[in-house]
Design a binder for this molecule. Sequence first.
Ligand code: GLV
Ligand code: MG
Length: 325
Amino acid sequence: MSFTEITEAPARLNRSELAVPGSNRRFLEKAAQSAADVVFLDLEDSVSPALKDEARRNVIEALNDLDWGEKTVSLRLNGLDTAWTYRDVVDVLEKTGERLDLMMLPKVGVAADVYALDVLVSQVERARGRKKRIGFELIIESAMGLANAYAIAGASPRNESLHFGVADFAASVHADTTQIGGPNPRYAVLTDPLDDGGRRDIHWGDMWHYPVWQMVVAARAHGLRPIDGPFGDFSDEAGFRAHAARAMVLGCEGKWAIHPSQVALANAVFSPSADELAKAQKILDAMEKAEASGQGAVALDGKLIDLASIRQAKAMIKKAKAMDV
Ligand code: GLV
Ligand code: MG
């Protein structure tokens, strides 16, 4: 490990993160009862400009009156380029108790965006004597945000997670997409012609691989949770599972649910299975034996394992304990 130590963000389950529009009181009530690890109350893009004030009032009421159980509750603010962010921060912090855990800043472009929010939140917290420090979730969803992701991730001790906002990111880089967060059949490789004139195959690629991977690296380099964003086609469960799984493989800890039906899917994909846990335990047992006999690497089921495998196995078992699986 480097001599520079990484401070990990406070541990929280973040397998599913349910988005709920602040303008819809019934949805807010339903979200409070869902099985999501995190719910974000949205004041931004799911709320039309005409309803911004009403949504803010609803959210204040929901934070004060609804029972959110053990869930982490977050508030998605309007972006810093609007006229609404200061009211979102000040009104919600001044008019609610201590139930809110996180604030989510969309469309972050540079580290100074996070700094600016930190100043505002810190002043209200101090003025009101609030005890719980609000943590930050930052959405990487523009070319500028991705280019500055590393600096953004390290911009405040409040930072807890980076999120990949695929819809706005696609708009920012002028990507050609078919649906929010899904694959595009045109992002594909056609295999070379075969000598025997046989059928050529098309392999679809994951057009989001690069930004998701970049976000994961920037987040982990600062001890933050990387979280994959929305998958728009909520009738396509297999599609959601596949996209969540590829984000999990790259190191993400969870994925957004833009519909309540996606919560259970995300919780399942981001929880280690019994098989995975058994394998992790087997690695720890094998390495314990190896260490006792002075070896740093051994073969297990025909594959090499070493000290790095212990770290992976321990991380998985620790995660499973937190999830109670
Ligand atoms: C989320 O905010 C997105 O733009 O995908
Ligand atoms: Mg967005």
